[in-house]
Write a protein of this length. Structure first.
Length: 316
């Protein structure tokens, strides 16, 4: 069987032979992969930097995808931590971690959108007590997960959505009710945010690092209502793995600092959400800019992924 194979954490995966295991655990089956998304999470799996990394090589990267089962069903699946990921001609799935896709579902869109869309979907549905009508701020709205967070928050009934991100021009057209550019320093962020944060209920944070610190300094002193909870959900860390959280922020307002991701959301909670999310992606409720690349070009794809804002999807 051919697959994208990582033999060193400091090199891109190569298209090479990789053996299927000779024995399957109960509930497991071999499937033919159709499409697998090249998400940031997959890059960090392949370079060994993800917090779940067991540093075992060789490995086939890929945490999810779309596959055809032996009985002909098209399924979206998520994988456990494994050395045989989804970037392969075949992989091993457990049906309990998968859903049958609705007729007409586009495997490329599904493989591209499910992981980034899931980040805000489970944050709002499983990590906090989100209620329709609440005001949501998305910190880091220009990436694929942030763009989808705007669509997901709207779909789940947010009353107002504020998109914050780098590049004022790129914030337009995301579908948010208002936008705030991150270009500049902390003072310019505070000026640009103005009163936008005074009654925000939820922040979906894809950035962390300095922007999170600056946003807290800008938002907390302007909170209007002492009783209003501010749920700050840490989802991504593209701007830094650490952030200097002002201590007063935790005393001065009802700040709930919480994370959402693999581990803090249980696998059973994620699996429960797969069907509704796949249906929403399939009916075009959410869209993502996706580009298919044949699996045998995986090395090129690894280079291209850093040069494009499209979500690359390896196809078999
Ligand atoms: N916890 C979860 O369940 C979960 C699920 C999916 C994703 N994530 C995480 O969410 C994050 C975003 O994922 P993604 O799929 O959206 O990635 P992506 O499509 O590659 O987008 C990343 C975005 O981050 C922006 N960015 C990078 N550095 C920045 C900085 N210093 N300040 C402001 N913006 C910055 C980039 O903006 P420019 O275009 O300006 O460079 C780009 O728009 C990643 O950390 C990913 O691991 C978490």
């Amino acid at each position: 069987m051919r697959a994208a194979v990582v033999t060193r954490f400091d090199e891109s995966p190569r298209f090479a032979d990789f053996p299927l295991p000779s024995e399957l655990a109960p509930g497991e089956e071999i499937v033919n992969v159709v499409a697998a998304g090249l998400h940031p999470r997959v890059r960090s799996q392949a370079d060994g930097s993800h917090y779940t990394s067991r540093e075992e090589l060789p490995l086939v990267p890929g945490i999810d995808g779309v596959a055809r089962t032996a009985d002909g069903e098209l399924r979206y699946f998520i994988l456990p931590d494994t050395n045989l990921g989804s970037m392969a001609e075949q992989t091993i799935i457990d049906r309990r971690r998968s859903v049958v896709l609705p007729p007409g579902a586009d495997p490329i869109q599904i493989a591209a959108a499910m992981n980034p869309a899931m980040s805000s979907w489970v944050a709002l549905r499983r990590r906090i007590d989100f209620r329709p009508g609440q005001k949501v701020m998305i910190l880091g709205a220009t990436g694929n997960a942030g763009r989808l967070a705007v669509q997901v928050a709207k779909h789940l009934g947010a009353g107002k959505i504020i998109a914050v991100g780098r590049g004022a021009d790129r914030l337009d057209g995301l579908g948010a009710d208002s936008t705030v550019s991150l270009d500049g320093d902390g003072q310019s962020l505070a000026a640009a945010l103005g009163d936008e944060g005074k009654d925000v209920d939820v922040v979906l944070d894809y950035l962390w690092g300095t922007p999170t610190r600056d946003a807290l300094y800008a938002i907390v002193p302007r909170r209007a209502n002492d009783d209003q909870v501010l749920s700050w959900v840490q989802i991504g860390s593209v701007a830094g793995v650490e952030s200097a959280i002002p201590s007063a922020a935790l005393r001065a307002t009802k700040l709930q600092l919480i994370g959402s991701g693999q581990g803090s959301v249980s696998t059973s909670d994620i699996v429960t959400e797969l069907g509704a999310l796949a249906a929403a992606v399939s009916t075009d409720a959410f869209s993502i800019r996706a580009r298919a690349v044949p699996l045998h070009n995986v090395q090129d794809a690894w280079g291209q992924a850093t040069q494009t804002t499209e979500r690359l999807v390896l196809t078999v």
